[in-house]
Design a protein around this ligand. Structure first.
Ligand SMILES: NC(=O)c1ccc[n+]([C@@H]2O[C@H](COP(=O)([O-])OP(=O)(O)OC[C@H]3O[C@@H](n4cnc5c(N)ncnc54)[C@H](O)[C@@H]3O)[C@@H](O)[C@H]2O)c1
Length: 340
């Protein structure tokens, strides 16, 4: 009798991947993590998961791994994802996220994997052009829908969109069905796994570093945006809610669902100053702030609409409150001050 089918999580030693692995194991799935550990952490991979150290561009090793562990599904998290670095080193990003992505898909097809979940990004939309200014005091809302035009503003977004196209075109000529999930900022932690990027570029961990005294101050880029407090509004989603969406997407494909794209967002954006205020309350610490000029290319408001994923996959955010997102991240950072 062949072994129970396995879900291969590529990039499963990274921030989001490791938390999806936890959720898969909790759902009694057999899991194989495949990661080259260039950015991830071996200790983020639970003992109950199989671990294979490898590069997703190594077609032979990946194919052997998928076959050896009877993988019926792949979840793909192994992109390079720093916007600034992608501007400075576009070829590195095209190589890892697109060229090696072709090898990854070849291995997936050769191993006859049927279901593919791609952790994409809402950066594929670029700067929203449909900003709806509502009455004074109300938030500016940009609920970005899946059919909005895709015009990434940086190489990172371009490479993620290019991989979506690879998937889309591959699905037309193979048995592979896929879901791409587009979201903005993952945040928060579980008891075991949290965000440990180096360098760190995401707002919530940077604010928490300032609260912990490991950073002098947090710089706020621009306070004259057309938002209620003048600072940018962004969409933060608890990483456990993200994990849940990936599991629902897998079940959808396993139940016969078709290749599709879903946005994922909290339903509510939070300004930079709101994040800092909540972090002060949650940590009980001072967060020194330095006001700076706007950064080029930073839109005022970025919020994704989750209407489609709620309707079709039945997804609901369980941790939408900013307090809960930040306090889970704070607990993890307090317990792991040096990361993993
Ligand atoms: N973190 C966010 O807020 C966010 C937002 C939107 C989309 N995403 C997407 O989610 C995914 C995961 O993000 P993350 O924050 O967990 O990133 P991460 O850097 O923490 O994890 C990525 C993992 O992939 C591995 N990896 C990279 N290149 C590889 C390769 N060629 N072969 C094998 N392994 C490789 C790294 O070692 C790392 O463990 C990325 O694809 C990113 O584009 C993240």
């Amino acid at each position: 009798m062949s072994a129970k089918p396995c879900v291969c999580v590529i990039g499963g030693a990274g921030y989001i991947g490791s938390i999806v692995v936890e959720a898969l194991l909790t759902a009694d799935r057999r899991v194989c993590v495949y990661d080259n550990l260039s950015l991830g952490h071996r200790s983020a991979v639970p003992e109950d998961a199989i671990f294979v150290q490898g590069d997703h561009g190594d077609e032979t090793l990946l194919k052997e791994t998928l076959q050896k562990y009877n993988c019926s599904a792949v979840m793909h998290f192994s992109a390079l994802s720093l916007v600034g670095e992608s501007v400075e080193k576009p070829l590195l990003y095209y190589e890892n996220n697109v060229a090696k992505g072709v090898a990854l898909l070849r291995a997936v097809l050769a191993a006859d994997v049927r279901y593919f979940i791609f952790s994409s990004t809402a950066s594929v939309y670029g700067e929203p052009i449909q900003v709806r200014l509502s009455s004074p005091g109300c938030a500016i809302s940009v609920p970005i829908l899946e059919d909005a035009s895709t015009f990434p503003t940086n190489p990172y977004g371009n490479t993620k969109l290019a991989f979506e196209w690879l998937l889309w075109d591959t699905a037309k000529v193979s048995n592979l069905r896929s879901i791409s999930i587009r979201y903005f900022n993952a945040a928060g932690a579980t008891e075991r796994c949290g965000e440990a990027h180096n360098p760190e570029t995401h707002l919530i961990p940077l604010v928490l570093q300032a609260a912990a005294g490991r950073r002098d101050a947090i710089c706020v880029y621009g306070s004259d945006y057309p938002t209620p407090d003048g600072t940018c509004i962004r969409d933060y989603i608890h990483v456990q809610d993200l994990a849940e969406a990936h599991l629902l997407a897998l079940k959808y494909l396993e139940g016969g669902g078709a290749t599709d794209v879903f946005n994922l967002g909290n339903g509510k954006g939070f300004s930079v100053l709101e994040v800092i205020d909540v972090a002060r309350r949650v940590t009980g610490k001072e967060v020194p702030v330095q006001m700076g000029a706007r950064r080029a290319g930073d839109p005022a408001v970025l919020v994704a609409s989750s209407d489609k994923i709620k309707k079709i996959l039945g997804w609901q955010p369980r941790h939408p409150r900013l307090e809960d997102i930040i306090s889970s991240a704070w607990q993890w950072h307090t317990a792991h001050p040096q990361g993993y």
